[in-house]
Write a protein that binds this ligand. Structure first.
Ligand SMILES: [Zn+2]
Length: 235
């Protein structure tokens, strides 16, 4: 199996996310659009991100039918259908219940900018009205990120690498935000500073570099678990 295999890519993203403390419980999903058909690859429900391997990734069409594989997938796969159908620009969707992300959703507002990397979410962080699957795709609109109250978040992008890197960055931005929110006199980045910083971190290729890091961490985690599929594909 090589690094281009979508099952390997989805599983590697799950394993990488788990090294950031994201997805240690059942639930959460990573998907990527299949080439040349109305379908996508997504992880099965009955494994945590920490356990995911390429064998745990199935192919679904946009109507809930499993085209390849025979596993239970999350009922939340419904909102992947809705997002892929509505957003031609989206090639990958990452949903998790990351602990800092979930804590942030209780504040019922978009993430505040406490760090350079938080600028990725400036003007890009939507709020879902509630956590019904029907509300999530419309809630996301044309943005990259949606916070789902008392539940978690979704990040989307034009590649699995960037959707995953964005998710890890959101967990970091959320931790800063939740930690800073109670501190008197602390103020987030001034609004007139945000566009310049956002342009800088985008031009620096931060998200793609971060995905390389996520892959290295995933490779280490699989090796520690005695699994060779990812290390062999990266060799
Ligand atoms: Zn969920």
């Amino acid at each position: 199996m090589d690094l281009d295999d979508p099952r390997l890519q989805v599983a590697a993203a799950c394993r990488g996310l788990s090294t950031y403390g994201i997805g240690s419980q059942i639930g959460g999903h990573v998907s990527m659009r299949a080439d040349d058909e109305d379908a996508y690859w997504i992880n099965a429900l009955d494994r945590t991100f920490e356990e995911m391997t390429p064998d745990d990734v199935v192919k679904m069409d946009y109507h809930g039918n499993q085209l390849e594989g025979d596993r239970v997938v999350s009922l939340g796969a419904d909102f992947h259908d809705g997002i892929y159908a509505n957003r031609a620009d989206v090639s990958s969707i990452v949903h998790s219940h990351g602990p800092w992300i979930t804590a942030l959703t209780a504040l019922d507002r978009p993430v505040k900018i406490w760090h350079n990397l938080s600028t990725f979410f400036a003007g890009e962080c939507a709020m879902s009205d509630d956590d019904t699957f029907e509300a999530i795709a419309p809630g996301l609109g044309d943005k990259s990120t949606v916070l789902i109250p008392y539940h978690g978040a979704i990040t989307v992008s034009d590649s699995l690498a960037r959707a995953t890197a964005l998710h890890v960055t959101l967990e970091y931005a959320a931790e800063l935000d939740v930690r800073m929110s109670g501190i008197p006199d602390a103020s987030p980045m001034p609004e007139d500073m945000v566009p310049r910083v956002k342009e800088l971190v985008t031009r620096a290729g931060y998200l793609d570099l971060t995905f390389d890091l996520i892959l290295r961490r995933a490779a280490e985690a699989t090796e520690e678990a005695g699994e060779s599929w990812l290390v062999e594909a990266m060799a």
